[in-house]
Design a protein around this ligand. Structure first.
Ligand SMILES: [Ca+2]
Ligand SMILES: [Ca+2]
Ligand SMILES: [Ca+2]
Length: 389
């Protein structure tokens, strides 16, 4: 009996940790499995060598590389695991196409990564959690094969929902990764509250949202050359030859909203209305990247014509996240509206992806109720097991 109580307390503290991390624990299990990251975002990427190539699957995945753009030993890539895991091992494949084109094994050992670290982080683009684990490799000599780029690592158990792979040593300017997977046990399935926005990832194309910018349907070297225009596409440089060619935020290979910022204030660049519950906190999330290095965009979010807050783009090709909290008050509808507050012509060019509006995760005061509820589920399962025995 006392043992059951202790287990139950452990389960509760694990739930508390999950809740603190902004995750809702739904179930637990303990089965060792290969864990393939579900999403990746890199510190920088060469066009055609986006972060998604580090986690792609299928026949030619071992020959497709993410390559950092000139960041050398400061390069890193953040990985989402799609759940909370106890990781005991990792298999990494260094990039294999240095000296050739992406998609075919070259085996060039320039850009070879000689030291890395793996560390749990709070989310993609988030903060470090706990200690980093560091590993070193020697540059192979002579004829090379895929095996010379493949490293199997044993981890001190690394508890993580997100992992940062950091390059600490390399003999080239553009290190990267061809592939990465982990071995681990699922600790808790995680599920964020549902995204209330439709087509926030833009994968459905130019649909489900409003904009006072002019929609551009055609690719070309200058089709997004004018202010207050936008497209929904795969790469910014498909619409403006001076812009960067990085992949979308969702998968590195999907669609995003690509915009040339307006010169006029208060022009709606994106809007959508959704139903909400009264008197509840909601979190708006967005990912934004500059498509041109000059004068990064700055945006403001209005909900029901009240300014909620602002966020801005960073460097060209670098996805950064924004999170703004809004209280619904008496409202049962939220009309979200994004406008630009940088009104420059030169620069002020950017991409948006993975917009979301979600009910805020429970506040500390409501954890007790939530955990009490899970405790009851545990009691029911134990009774059923006793009855079966
Ligand atoms: Ca790959
Ligand atoms: Ca997308
Ligand atoms: Ca512009």
């Amino acid at each position: 009996m006392s043992r059951a109580v202790r287990l139950s307390l452990a389960a509760r503290s694990s739930l508390l940790a999950s809740a603190a991390a902004g995750l809702v624990a739904l179930a637990t299990s303990a089965q060792a499995a290969i864990v393939v990251p579900t999403a990746a975002a890199a510190s920088s990427s060469y066009g055609g060598y986006e972060a998604g190539y580090a986690i792609d699957q299928g026949g030619n995945a071992a020959n497709t590389d993410w390559a950092s753009q000139g960041q050398g030993a400061a390069s890193f890539i953040d990985l989402a695991l799609g759940g909370h895991y106890r990781l005991s091992g990792a298999t990494i494949v260094d990039r294999v196409t240095s000296g050739g084109g992406n998609g075919a094994f070259v085996g060039g050992v320039y850009d070879y990564t000689t030291q890395i670290s793996l560390q749990a982080i709070s989310g993609i683009g988030g903060t470090a959690l706990g200690a980093a684990q560091t590993f070193s490799f020697s540059v192979p000599s002579g004829p090379v094969s895929l095996a010379d780029f493949t490293h199997s690592l044993t981890l001190d158990p690394l508890y993580a929902s997100y992992v940062r792979y950091s390059v600490l040593g390399t003999n080239g300017a553009n290190p990267g990764l061809s592939g990465i997977s982990f071995e681990g046990e699922l600790q808790a399935a995680v599920q964020l509250p549902p995204n209330l926005l439709f087509n926030g990832d833009f994968e459905a194309g130019n649909t489900g949202f409003g904009s006072s910018y002019a929609y551009v349907d055609t690719t070309g070297p200058w089709t997004l050359g004018m202010p207050a225009t936008y497209a929904v596409g795969l790469r910014a440089n498909d619409y403006h030859s001076a812009w960067a060619g990085f992949g979308d935020h969702t998968s590195g290979r999907g669609k995003m909203m690509i915009l040339n910022g307006s010169l006029d204030p208060d022009v709606t660049l994106w809007s959508q209305s959704v139903d909400v519950q009264a008197n509840r906190p909601y979190d708006f999330g967005a990912w934004i990247a500059s498509t041109y290095p000059v004068s990064p965009a700055a945006l403001k979010l209005y909900i029901n014509d009240v300014e909620v807050g602002g966020f801005g783009a960073d460097a060209s090709g670098a996805w950064t996240s924004a999170s703004l909290r809004w209280f619904s008050g008496a409202s049962t509808t939220a009309h979200l509206r994004l406008v630009g507050s940088n009104l420059e012509w030169t620069g002020n060019d950017f991409a948006l992806d993975d917009l979301s509006l979600r009910g805020a995760v429970p506040e500390p005061g409501t954890w007790a109720l939530m955990i009490g509820g899970f405790g009851l589920v545990g009691v029911c399962l134990r009774r059923r097991r006793l009855a079966a025995a």
